[in-house]
Write a protein that binds this ligand. Structure first.
Ligand code: ADP
Ligand code: MG
Length: 592
């Protein structure tokens, strides 16, 4: 093929390939434009996950009729004039390609009325070919209607997920935008049903509560830090409300919601030792800084940015959040004790950030205690249970017999011998494995036993979790979890499996996490979903690292070990046990 210039439609479609990945990207671009136009009120509607129709209406400054065609043309913008402007971008948009891109892959209608003149006009574009601007009446502001997205780019359409997932992504975009702009009112309806609303003129704190849910008021700690031109504020969630996904982590830089690996790491670091490292803290952080110190022109959708002083910002986020956590007195007290050999009765206070040993204290975020951290597990982790050894001295120090001769080390590992040598078992991993297998077998015989609550436990959830509740309803029923959707933001729990209640698993926390996972597309089919849920049950109900076991419990656990197939790895694929053979030992000690 000879070289030839690309036709304009193709250029726009290629640009759309970068910027417009799915319906939620259209919503993001249109809402950004509304914000740039100074809107106080933004109304968003979608049909069929945004594939049939997306409409964003604002009450901003509007576009004069004679500029409508330009607004839809590529590389035409009112936000930048010179390259100096690019050095310090203060608007959400600046590339001048969103409307042109969207219009090239859909049937778009743009209506706008200048607030100043009251003159309105409308223009239609179908797959990039522009009609003529026609006078039209309407209230001041702009309404963009995007129908049949990707009708002329079937490849892109194929990549879309279920309509429900796409609706979920739109909701997620709107929640982030709403957090970023607390002064602006947002309303989102999907298929005519209102899914999100936040009134105008809210403070940062009010907006955070509106978006994350008022029930979290007690769980959110204020963050505030100023360093020269840099200002950080927002809220950091207690370890109790850490989540299985990062959906509740929001970094907002000068009004723009961003994702940044470095800062994500700073957050993880701030919570080190407080939450399971596989979970994500709930955090909303507003970062305000000189726009000249960040480059937002590095990513087509501006989701990632580059900071001039990345290190300084990293430290500010780490310290800002960590200080908030420390002020809230989340610092645990370690009680060092050794059973049998007398006690060190003085509790030793150890500062959190430095004090937690590796992993002993994690044990999942669901253990309830003041401020959600299980102090007992921390002390347990330092606690070597010598008593169980002493109970069985009968056969001499080296004749450690199976079961009776098991030593629990650091309340985490079980050490014993078998015919071949030495076996080290991770007590949590083994118990989890055992529970998983038992539950899978048990499920074959009918629904799990459950306990009904006298009145349902009402849980505040977000709309995505509500979707997940609907989707998982019949599956959960068979597991003894009866959930009913009560409204767009609440579900009622009517029953909960006896097994989990006996293992003191908190129903509210469990369901929250389950729906959280469900809302981020937990599984591809029912079978898969069943595995995920049972896996979660097994993990929560299993004894934890740090739990001291009675002799009888040890025996039971080890007896189950031999009856369970594949017991050498836990459901997450981590090993449940390690073995050192006598030959290994001989070699290590230079006996051979
Ligand atoms: P950009 O936002 O990068 O400038 P867009 O293609 O998104 O590029 O928009 C092009 C231009 O159309 C904007 O610069 C702005 O002048 C105008 N425009 C788009 N949407 C709106 C709106 N909702 N209200 C007022 N003007 C708008
Ligand atoms: Mg724009």
């Amino acid at each position: 093929m000879p070289i030839r210039p690309l036709p304009p439609l193709l250029i726009n479609q290629i640009a759309a390939g970068e910027v417009i990945e799915r319906p939620a990207s259209v919503v993001k671009e249109l809402v950004e434009n509304a914000i740039d136009a100074g809107a106080r009120m933004i109304d968003i509607d979608s049909e069929d996950g945004g594939t049939a129709c997306i409409r964003v209406a604002d009450d901003g400054a509007g576009i004069p009729p004679e500029e409508l065609v330009l607004a839809l043309s590529p590389h035409a913008t009112s936000k930048l004039a010179t390259s100096e402007d690019l050095e310090a971008i203060a608007t959400m948009g600046f590339r001048g390609e969103a409307l042109a891109s969207i219009a090239s892959v859909s049937r778009t209608m743009l209506f706008s009325c200048r607030a100043e003149t009251g003159i309105g006009a409308t223009i239609d574009v179908e797959g990039g070919s522009l009609g003529e601007a026609q006078p039209a009446a309407g209230s001041p502001g702009t309404t963009v209607t995007v129908r049949n997205l990707f009708f002329n780019t079937p490849a892109r359409r194929k990549f879309l997920k279920t309509l429900r997932t796409e609706t979920g992504r739109i909701t997620q975009v709107i929640r982030s935008m709403a957090l970023a702009h607390p002064d602006v009112a947002f309303t989102y309806r999907s298929d005519g049903v209102r899914r999100f609303h936040a009134p105008s003129g809210q403070s940062h704190a009010q907006r955070i509560y509106s978006v994350l849910g008022k029930d979290l008021v007690d769980e959110l700690l204020p963050v505030s830090l100023e360093q020269g031109d840099l200002r950080l504020r927002g809220m950091a969630g207690t370890p109790d409300i850490a989540r299985a996904t990062s959906r509740h982590q929001h970094l907002i830089l000068n009004g723009r919601s961003i994702s940044d690996r470095g800062l994500g790491h700073a957050l993880r670091e701030a919570y080190r030792g407080l939450i399971d490292p596989r979970r994500y803290p709930t955090v909303v952080l507003y970062i305000e800084m000189d726009p000249a110190l960040v480059d937002v022109n590095v990513h087509p959708t501006k989701a990632e940015v580059r900071f001039r002083h990345q290190d300084q910002l990293y430290r500010a986020v780490l310290h800002g959040v960590r200080d908030a956590l420390q002020e809230a007195d989340l610092t645990p007290v370690f009680a060092l004790q050794t059973s049998g050999t007398g006690r060190i009765s003085e509790p030793v206070a150890v500062e959190f950030s430095r004090g937690i040993p590796g992993r002993g204290g994690y044990a999942g975020g669901d253990s309830k205690s003041p401020r959600g951290f299980n102090y007992r597990e921390v002390s347990g982790a330092l606690d070597m249970d010598l008593a169980s050894l002493r109970e069985e001295p009968a056969s001499g120090p080296f004749a450690v017999r199976e079961v009776q001769g098991v030593m629990q080390v650091h309340a985490t590992y079980l050490v014993m011998q078998d015919e071949e040598g030495l076996v080290i078992i991770d007590q949590h991993a083994l118990h989890e494995r055992v529970m998983f297998e038992k539950l899978m077998q048990r499920i074959g015989d009918g629904p799990l036993e459950s306990q009904r609550f006298l009145s349902p436990l009402v849980l505040d959830v977000d709309p995505l979790q509500v979707e997940a509740a609907r989707e998982l309803e019949s599956l959960l029923d068979s597991l003894g979890i009866e959930l009913a959707v009560l409204g767009p933001r609440s579900v009622g729990l009517h029953s909960f499996p006896t097994l989990l209640i006996e293992r003191r698993v908190d129903p509210g926390t469990f369901i929250q996490e389950l729906l959280d996972r469900g809302s981020s597309g937990l599984a591809k089919d029912r079978e898969d979903a069943l595995h995920v849920v049972i896996d979660m049950m097994a993990c929560k109900a299993a004894i934890k690292a740090g739990d001291r076991l009675q002799q009888a419990e040890l025996e039971e656990l080890l007896a189950m070990r031999s009856t369970i197939e594949r017991s050498s790895s836990c459901p997450h694929g981590r090993p449940t046990s390690l073995k050192l053979t006598i030959e290994d030992l001989d070699r290590k000690f230079g006996r051979t």
